[in-house]
Write a protein of this length. Structure first.
Length: 267
């Protein structure tokens, strides 16, 4: 499947949009299920090689709507990419963190269950979803460190780039080494997830065996050392699947992902 095949579909709309800052990209879309709740939450992070020109949160609308129909609330965050003023290091990370933490501010109003939050990220968003889960282990000297980050119970990465240092060494990463340099500023100690190991939460990496954008080998390349560090990391390699299918509701890959998200949330 190609991107135009997905974008040609009618795009579902969220229940509400909530600002966490003044920039036009500092916004979260809430997808709220029917019923009184309390609702478990998928904290959703879009990809696009950390570049706002390539993608924004709306690329996730179809799977967000699918989770909403399954009784799972979705907190679909946006952030300034490396190609926007204030993006890169540290802005992109601070945006993702602020968007995640703003869930606490609005949880009571929308009856969202803060004890059941799973981060779900696609492509570059897979990296940010894992990073959000590991924020509590950031070095004390890091400007990205927060005193009390939102607890995340697990992570589902969809075709993610989990190890920035590995991607920075490989021009075939799909995003390119220059973008990673803009994102990290060369500071892997607080931006690359393996440096934060063990995260202490279950992690599931779902990849398409025919993904031509993000090398499928990145999944096991990340999983092996994380397991050695003590983390519970599982990899699902889905055949006849590329990069786009990972966020298409009727795809085999999304069926795996939706099941994993439901299990992680105790559903």
């Amino acid at each position: 499947m190609r991107w135009p095949d997905l974008f040609a579909r009618t795009r579902p709309t969220p229940s509400a949009s909530i600002r966490y800052g003044d920039d036009q990209l500092q916004v979260v879309d809430l997808w709220l299920p029917t019923g009184p709740g309390p609702h478990p939450v998928a904290l959703m992070v879009h990809g696009g090689c950390w570049q706002s020109e390539i993608a924004d949160r709306r690329i996730m609308n179809w799977i967000a709507d699918d989770l909403r129909r399954r009784g799972i609330a979705v907190w679909n965050i946006d952030y300034r990419g490396v190609d926007r003023a204030g993006g890169g290091y540290p802005g992109t990370f601070l945006d993702a963190a602020a968007a995640a933490d703003s869930l606490r501010v609005h949880a009571a109003r929308y009856n969202l269950d803060l004890a059941r939050v799973v981060a779900v990220g696609h492509s570059a968003g897979g990296h940010l979803a894992l990073w959000l889960a590991g924020r509590g282990r950031l070095p004390a000297s890091s400007p990205l460190r927060a005193a009390d980050p939102l607890p995340i119970a697990g992570v589902v990465s969809l075709g993610g780039l989990p190890d920035l240092e590995e991607a920075a060494r490989a021009p075939g990463s799909g995003c390119g080494t220059e973008v990673i340099a803009q994102l990290t500023g060369g500071r892997f100690e607080d931006t690359s997830v393996p440096r934060l190991a063990p995260l202490g939460v279950p992690q599931v990496l779902i990849n398409g065996a025919q993904d031509r954008i993000i090398p499928a080998a990145y999944a096991e390349g990340y999983a092996a050392p994380m397991r050695k560090a003590g983390d519970n990391v599982r990899v699902h390699m889905v055949e006849r699947t590329g990069h786009v299918e990972l966020i298409v509701p009727e795809s085999d890959a999304w069926k795996v992902a939706a099941s994993e998200i439901g299990q992680a949330l105790g559903r």
